[in-house]
Design a protein around this ligand. Structure first.
Ligand code: TA6
Length: 304
């Protein structure tokens, strides 16, 4: 029985779920609740869309996103795990994918249920392959929870099941939909130190709100776990609150880089901004044997 048929059989009684094949062997689950709807690809347990009822989508998906095994999807909530950015050995080991392998390997849907309050909670775990095990030889487990409701809640739980500590880098690399990134700002990072990846990785300090006048790629360090995207075009604020995260990455590629990436679609990068809940750079996690680290984020759109 193929994956699509198997999922439909397993969750036949769950009328809040439906399954579709976006491309050959590329299955996604659609979630409908009284509050919002979401689509999640089984590859990478990748939340591709999340749209509160009666609102513009909050999570942006490129109209030119590719749905192919092993190819990261442009948009949504890519899972960067178990490292963020280029792997430490990338200079010699080109097989180590940027942002880790979690977003491009298959995940399985372990459970999906409607909670008493009408939200739907799904739980995923990765189907590790030999390449992933070779790149990540540490005895560990990882689970990913997605709760779809008036808010979107996502949580990545990593457990060290071995007897040696390991270093964990990670991010919920979320693309948020905005009316025009050139008019949007990100509040809540004032005073934070950041690594400016478009200015020689210089360390700077944020003065006031973040605004966007060109390619922006910053890793904010020691962040407090709450910031918001202020969107005067869509007349709303998107609150991003997190736990278990000490970094916040803010990224927009601007025109030239988006063109080079080739999968931003007709709107290009103007309708998105990434605000990523992360543990990166100085903030990577050293996970002790037997310990579990949970990094979570909650997204909520408020009319402004
Ligand atoms: O989080 C920002 C960033 O690290 C940028 O430097 C850019 O590479 C972006 O991630 C997208 O990376 P991707 O591998 O998804 O194309």
């Amino acid at each position: 029985m193929n994956q699509l048929a198997e999922l439909r059989r397993r969750f036949a009684g769950a009328d809040f779920l439906s399954f579709a094949e976006l491309a050959p062997d590329f299955v996604a689950v659609q979630v409908r609740t009284d509050f919002s709807a979401a689509t999640i690809a089984l590859q990478g347990a990748h939340v591709m869309t999340w749209q509160p009822n009666g609102q513009e989508p909050v999570v942006w998906l490129s109209s030119a996103a590719k749905f192919a095994p092993g190819k990261s999807i442009r948009g949504g909530v890519p899972l960067c795990w178990p490292w963020f950015g280029p792997h430490a050995t990338a200079a010699t080991e080109s097989a180590y994918p940027g942002h880790g392998f979690a977003r491009t390997i298959p995940w399985e849907l372990l459970d999906a249920r409607m909670l008493p309050d009408g939200r739907v909670r799904l739980e995923f775990a990765p189907v590790m392959n030999d390449a992933a095990r070779a790149q990540w030889p540490h005895p560990s487990t990882v689970k990913y929870g997605v709760t779809v409701g008036q808010e979107l809640d996502v949580a990545l739980a990593t457990s060290n099941t071995g007897n040696i500590a390991f270093e964990l880098g990670q991010a919920l690399h979320t693309y948020f939909q905005v009316g025009d990134v050139r008019q949007a700002t990100v509040a809540g990072l004032a005073g934070c130190e950041y690594i400016d990846k478009v200015d020689g990785a210089k360390r700077k300090r944020q003065d006031g709100a973040v605004n966007f006048t060109g390619e922006t790629d910053r890793v904010y360090l020691g962040t407090a776990g709450c910031c918001e995207i202020v969107d005067p075009v869509l007349k709303r604020r998107i609150l991003v609150t997190s736990t278990g995260s000490r970094s916040t990455v803010v990224w927009t590629p601007w025109a030239e880089k988006a063109d080079k990436m080739g999968d931003f679609g007709a709107d290009g990068p103007w309708k998105m901004v990434c605000v990523e809940t992360a543990n990166a750079a100085d903030d990577v996690i050293s996970l002790a044997p037997g310990a579990t680290h949970v990094m979570s984020a909650q997204y909520r759109a408020i009319p402004a």
